[in-house]
Design a protein around this ligand. Structure first.
Ligand SMILES: NC(=O)c1ccc[n+]([C@@H]2O[C@H](COP(=O)([O-])OP(=O)(O)OC[C@H]3O[C@@H](n4cnc5c(N)ncnc54)[C@H](O)[C@@H]3O)[C@@H](O)[C@H]2O)c1
Length: 429
């Protein structure tokens, strides 16, 4: 099949490479000329495990090319996929301006019977608006579908090659056949529904996961009043098959490029349609207040951050990515500096990205040990493998007297850290 993928960001690069690996002829298009120049040379413009090799191999096979030119990219394609960003507007609603702009750009070039697929996360109802927009600029027959993306940064290649499910939102048999055929090599679990259900499925999945994180944080906060350990509580509830043992992350709340905006967007949607008591309005408010609440609590437990040197481990929003969108480091580090602390930060992949966004006073270290040297406090923000098997005794010796270990991801047993010579502060324990 001939496919054009528009927007070669995190979703776009992974999708183009995987669809090309399946034997399709794929063109990736972006308006960012630097990004396209890099991709043409086989360079992935961000860190994602396994992606570089896949990109190089599919380009060598001749199945994958990149361009910035809509005239070249669209006219021959059977399927045109839109996967540009959909950030939140100031009122929280999904800002569809990039999707609209792509719709206008592709319309004059579509071939007869092209299937246009919205992969960007958009609210239910968007298909009608985009259909009208494209329809106003072409006389060709085209089909509009929704195939929301569920990949996770850090495991994006694996997620795309072996998805839990593919959700296809269509209104006609032709699109159903084309899109089922395209995705069949990836999974037998293909769920066909209408576009609104597909778009709602995407929001429901992310809002559920964000709610799960907020829920466990609420329970963790209560544990701190009574000697319960949230990690033991998680084992206890996880054994219930209705609840399950996975995806429990007590900590500083959810971040990243998707959950915060997808919760805001569904909360804004709820308000717009007349549901002002929506749970998601509260989930968003709780998460937005989370980092400050925990920092004030850490301050109480450590005494003060003023004149302290703090080693911050982890600058990305989670491990195995250099994406810093809504990363805890971006809230924690400026706050530490405002408290009079000196910050020595480190990350295996995200230093360059974080440097552009953090105050200039931050000193960057090559690893956890270098960051900890002569520090008073360690704050572990991201559970990169480099930080979950630290030699704690060595670390404590490198630090000033009475070191403190703040483990915002509950990666260590409190006793182990205490035995290595630290005061231990976790979340909900
Ligand atoms: N990142 C994720 O983990 C993830 C997972 C699932 C779904 N999504 C959704 O997928 C969509 C894309 O997310 P992303 O993280 O890949 O975004 P991104 O910001 O990394 O990439 C978007 C790309 O679109 C390009 N672009 C913008 N306007 C364009 C235009 N008119 N023509 C061509 N290219 C244009 C930008 O230059 C950029 O390279 C969003 O709706 C997001 O919510 C993201």
């Amino acid at each position: 099949m001939k496919i054009t993928c528009i927007g070669t960001g995190f979703v776009g690069v992974v999708t183009t490479a995987v669809l090309a690996k399946l034997g399709n002829k794929v063109i990736g298009l972006d308006i960012d000329e630097d990004k396209i120049a890099k991709l043409k040379e086989g360079v992935v413009p961000f860190f994602e495990p396994g992606l570089s090799e896949l990109l190089i191999n599919t380009q060598k096979s001749g199945n994958l090319t990149f361009t910035t030119d809509y005239h070249l990219a669209v006219p021959d394609s059977d399927v045109v996929m839109i996967m540009v960003g959909t950030p939140s507007a100031p009122d929280g609603s999904a800002d569809l301006r990039f999707v609209e702009s792509v719709a206008e750009s592709i319309a004059p070039h579509l071939k007869e019977n092209a299937v246009v697929v919205i992969k960007s996360t958009v609210p239910p109802g968007t298909n009608k608006h985009i259909r009208d927009l494209i329809g106003s600029k072409t006389t060709k027959v085209f089909h509009l579908a929704s195939v929301p993306e569920f990949l996770k940064e850090g495991t994006a290649v694996e997620d795309t090659l072996h998805p839990d499910r593919v959700v296809i939102g269509v209104e006609d048999e032709f699109s159903k056949e084309v899109l089922t055929k395209l995705h069949e090599p990836l999974t037998s679990n293909i769920l066909v529904m209408n576009p609104e259900s597909a778009q709602m499925t995407k929001y429901a999945a992310n809002n559920y996961l964000a709610t799960r994180i907020t829920f466990i944080n609420q329970i963790a906060d209560l544990c701190e009043y009574n000697g319960a350990d949230i990690e033991e509580v998680i084992k206890g509830i996880g054994a219930d098959r209705r609840i399950g043992p996975g995806y429990w992350y007590p900590g500083l709340g959810y971040g990243g490029s998707c959950f915060p905006k997808d919760v805001k967007e569904i909360a804004a949607y709820a308000k717009k349609v007349g549901e002002p008591d929506s749970l998601f309005i509260k989930i968003n408010a709780l998460n937005e207040a989370r980092v400050s609440r925990k920092l004030e609590q850490f301050k109480k437990e450590t005494g003060t951050f003023s004149n302290k040197t703090v080693a911050v481990l982890g600058l990305s929003f989670k491990k195995n990515t250099n994406d810093t969108r809504v990363a805890p480091s971006l809230a924690v580090i400026p706050w530490l500096i405002s408290q009079g602390a000196t910050v020595r930060a480190t990350d295996p992949q995200a230093v360059d990205e974080a440097k552009a966004l953090l105050p200039k006073e931050v000193v960057y270290a090559k690893d956890a040990y270098a960051a900890a040297t002569n520090s008073d406090i360690i704050i572990l923000l991201v559970e990169w493998d480099d930080y979950t098997n630290l030699d704690l005794s060595r670390l404590a010796k490198l630090m000033k007297a009475n070191p403190v270990f703040i483990d915002t991801r509950n990666q260590y047993e409190p006793k182990t850290v205490i035995n290595a010579g630290f005061k231990y502060i976790g979340v909900g324990r």
